[in-house]
Ligand binder design. Structure first.
Ligand SMILES: *Cc1c(COP(=O)(O)O)cnc(C)c1O
Length: 491
């Protein structure tokens, strides 16, 4: 199976090439030319398999140029770093509501599910395409992606990684997680500015042909680890299918029953992975897309209009503080079937700042997606109420659960729903403690112990150990000097 670009259908490349390149030259995203089918018999065959085996089999359907044995090995290695073999365990809150905990990996956010395996997929892609250069990963992060990418690529042969984070734009826990990163091939730099400054700086390095040439001379190529890379999206398709299998095995549904998924959404990567699972044949009735106050996707799903021309809010669910949801481009491409239309819409978004999709495309969106958004105030109330039912959740997961309750009230649809739980509550201690009625002047790692004492819930080991960690990386640079930082590191 080949991959094409959302903005240019004349492109047709292998999966390995798509993963190596990350982004298409003309700015489009790589998508599979056709979506493989998961027949009821194939779904049934997955029931008695482990997560790792399911992952290898499902990914194999999309990755013709990787062997099943190879994928099995990568999945086994990648998910050995999780604290449970289930990888994505389900937690039942009530008969119709199951939380899928995706934060049992080394950095305690769902990005580990993809970023633990991406280095294997990417280094294999280099071999398969005959690439002799080593790959340098550049990341601009608002928190979770940076740490997950560092942990994934640390000491992976043939790779190096530089992460830029906004000096004052990440939580103390996230900052120490990154600055204390182990590994000989990793580099972490604070940038004086906000996330946009870091992001713009990284994009500038990518488009600097002279610098790319200079790196190539020294045997390096640049690549990215954010969710525009197909290699990051694909591993996320697995847990939608796997959770369905678990519900069948537990007797909560029968094979063939439709269920709903509710997903806290920022860049539209996670929820889109669910949509791919649905297109393969997974019985899904509806996806509920949950936003915080940056409710650009809620507006889009409800009206068909997308506009980034709006105020940007910093919320207590920072990983969803986003105005341009890059992966929506893939959905628009699949629903319209048109590279011309997709290119037009994306250029409009870039230039004028907004677009409206044609009626038929919007109909396709509203057939499968509902949406709701929550304020910080309501998010905290959800954390509090859920805790009183005996379950501690983080701010992002609370946005999702709150959105699900709104959806249920409005529609009366009480289909069994899997709420995607994307981070450990111990990553966002200040907001979670405040939701439980405990304000504190302390910030960061000290509060991990406090939250644990108060709730009796043990903190995940990597976070519990953080309090004793010392920062290794203390550099803080001006945004003009980001290229210099990469150059110095690669010497
Ligand atoms: C990245 C992230 C999200 C948003 O996921 P997208 O794929 O960008 O929609 C939600 N919650 C947490 C904790 C995250 O780190």
């Amino acid at each position: 199976m080949k991959y094409t670009s959302t903005r240019d259908n004349s492109i047709s490349i292998s999966a390995a090439e798509a993963i190596k390149l990350g982004l298409s030259r003309e700015g489009g995203l790589f998508v599979p030319e056709s979506i493989p089918e998961l027949t009821p018999a194939q779904l049934s065959a997955l029931l008695d398999m482990s997560y790792v085996e399911r992952a290898a089999r499902i990914m194999k359907l999309f990755l013709e140029d990787y062997s099943l044995e190879e994928l099995r090995e990568y999945c086994a290695k990648a998910y050995a770093s999780f604290d449970t073999d289930a990888v994505a365990p389900l937690r039942e809150l009530d008969a119709g509501t199951h939380f899928m905990e995706l934060w049992h990996g080394p950095t305690c956010a769902f990005k580990d599910v993809a970023l633990q395996i991406l280095p294997y997929l990417l280094t294999a892609a280099l071999r398969k395409t005959g690439e002799e250069k080593k790959v340098h990963i550049l990341v601009a992060t608002s928190g979770d992606t940076g740490k997950a990418a560092l942990e994934g690529f640390a000491d992976v042969e043939g790779t190096a990684i530089t992460v830029f984070y906004p000096r004052d734009g990440v939580s103390e826990v996230q900052k120490l997680q990154m600055t204390s990163q182990r590994g000989e091939n990793v580099n972490v730099c604070a940038v004086e500015g906000n996330f946009d400054d870091a992001q713009t700086g990284v994009k500038r390095i990518f488009s600097d042909e002279a610098f790319r040439e200079e790196l190539a001379q020294k045997g390096w190529m640049l690549s990215s680890a954010n969710s525009i890379n197909w290699g990051r999206l694909l591993p996320q398709v697995v847990y939608y299918i796997s959770s369905y299998c678990e519900l069948v095995k537990a007797g909560r549904i029968k094979l063939g029953d439709e269920i709903n998924f509710c997903v806290p959404t920022g860049n539209f990567g996670d929820i889109l992975a669910g949509w791919y699972a649905y297109k393969m044949g997974l019985p899904v009735k509806r996806f509920i897309c949950a936003s915080n106050r940056n409710d650009v996707l809620t507006e889009f799903i409800c009206t068909g209009n997308y506009s980034r021309l709006r105020e940007f809010y910093e919320t207590i669910s920072p990983s969803m503080d986003i105005l341009v949801s890059s992966n929506l481009e893939r959905l628009l491409y699949h629903l319209s079937g048109s590279d011309v239309l997709t290119r037009e819409l994306m250029l409009k978004l870039n230039g004028e700042g907004s677009y409206a999709v044609p009626k038929e495309v919007w109909r396709g969106v509203s057939e499968m997606f509902s949406a709701a958004s929550l304020t910080d105030f309501d998010t905290k109330a959800v954390i509090n109420e859920t805790y009183n039912k005996g379950y501690l959740i983080d701010t992002h997961t609370a946005v999702a659960y709150g959105a699900l309750r709104m959806y249920r009230r409005e529609t009366g649809d009480d289909t069994l729903c899997v709420v995607v739980s994307t981070a450990s509550p111990f990553k966002f201690t200040e907001a979670v403690l405040s939701a439980l009625g405990h304000e504190s002047d302390m910030t960061g790692p000290e509060l991990i112990g406090r939250l644990s004492e108060l709730t009796g819930v043990p903190a995940p080991k990597p976070l519990a150990e953080l309090a004793d960690k010392k920062p290794r990386f203390t550099c803080s640079i001006r945004k003009e000097n980001m290229i210099e930082a990469v150059r110095a590191f690669l010497k």
